[in-house]
Design a protein around this ligand. Structure first.
Ligand SMILES: NC(=O)c1ccc[n+]([C@@H]2O[C@H](COP(=O)([O-])OP(=O)(O)OC[C@H]3O[C@@H](n4cnc5c(N)ncnc54)[C@H](O)[C@@H]3O)[C@@H](O)[C@H]2O)c1
Length: 306
């Protein structure tokens, strides 16, 4: 039995669908702050699926009955909110995660596969692409809270023998990402383009990210159940950097129209350049992720179908 926390969210719901496809029994724990039941409409049709509305910080331990693996995705993911209210961010991301880990240990869960952030924990690395040995220097409370949980997992692993893998994602995009959310520039740009609105770029648009498709992120997560064995931390990206301006160029091709961005002041807590070295993942599972232009075309097709 597998538990996915945050399974009603963007990445979580895609993971749930694939786990069910592969024949697993899946439970979801989600408090529906940003997640939506609609994301689980396919999953809900399966007799192997069960949804529990509940909070990481306080949930009924019954939920963990028979659970062997936990994919832990539930989190406060908004960098700006983490700056405005770092105590709230800590409460969900750190306290909530510690509660989950402790309950998991009490319930004899074998392994936690944790969604961490390669885009946020390394800060502004001096060497790019950033590999997993890069110094941890987050420049937002969100980055700090995401990394803190890796520390707790390591400590609890040493004390109680709990197994874990930390998956450090780049900027994830794809099906079901909220076009009205605070994170997810590709979904936001696509949402605005389909409403004939100009995309808003914070800063000069030369900031770069490692954009990785949700399908590739799901694949890497599932590999963490029994294939990724050598390390406890894996970057999950494409190994390539793309600027926000380049995203606009790709969109012009996809939408076959001129797109003129509006520029606004850059936002604090956002790094200038980050992209991830994915050698570890590549060596172990021959990870060949979609490049961002190909991935964006797929998202566009999905959007059109809706
Ligand atoms: N989207 C990205 O680019 C990205 C990058 C790096 C890491 N991550 C990590 O991946 C995970 C999933 O992110 P996402 O983009 O799917 O975000 P999301 O907001 O769509 O998903 C988060 C889910 O967690 C749920 N949740 C929030 N607080 C909760 C709580 N206290 N108890 C129970 N459920 C709660 C939300 O309702 C939501 O369904 C997060 O841990 C995030 O930090 C995401």
């Amino acid at each position: 039995m597998i538990l996915v926390t945050g399974g009603a969210g963007f990445i979580g719901s895609n993971l749930v669908d694939e786990l069910l496809n592969q024949g697993h029994n899946v439970k979801v724990l989600d408090n529906l702050t940003t997640g939506r039941l609609e994301n689980l409409s396919n999953a809900s049709k399966s007799s192997k699926f069960k949804f529990y509305k509940g909070d990481l910080r306080e949930f009924d331990r019954e939920i963990l009955k028979d659970v062997e693996i936990i994919f832990h995705l539930a989190a406060q993911i908004d960098v700006r909110k983490s700056i405005e209210n770092p105590v709230y961010d800590m409460d969900i991301n750190i306290r909530g995660s510690i509660n989950l880990i402790q309950q998991a240990i009490n319930s004899n869960v074998e392994k936690i596969i944790y969604s961490s952030s390669g885009g946020a924990i390394y800060g502004e690395p001096t060497n790019l692409p950033a590999d997993e040995n890069t110094n941890i220097k987050p420049i937002s409370p969100y980055g700090a809270s995401k990394f803190a949980v890796e520390g707790y997992l390591n400590a609890f692993g040493k004390i109680y023998g709990l197994k874990y893998t930390a998956m450090r994602y780049g900027n994830v995009y794809g099906r079901r990402q909220d076009p009205l959310g605070e994170a997810g520039v590709i979904a936001i740009f696509f949402g605005r383009a389909s409403d004939n609105k100009n995309p808003v770029i914070f800063g000069d648009g030369n900031q770069t990210r490692d954009y990785v498709s949700v399908d590739d992120v799901v694949r890497a997560n599932i590999a963490a159940v029994d294939k990724l064995k050598k390390y406890q931390e894996y970057n999950v990206g494409t190994g390539k950097e793309t600027s926000v301006r380049e995203l606009v160029t790709f969109m012009e091709k996809i939408f076959s129209k001129k797109i003129t961005p509006v520029y606004e002041k850059e936002r604090p807590g956002e790094v200038k350049r980050i992209y991830l070295d994915i050698k570890r993942l590549n060596d172990e599972i021959n990870f060949k992720p979609d490049d961002v232009e190909t991935g964006m075309k797929k998202v566009y097709e999905w959007m059109k179908d809706r």
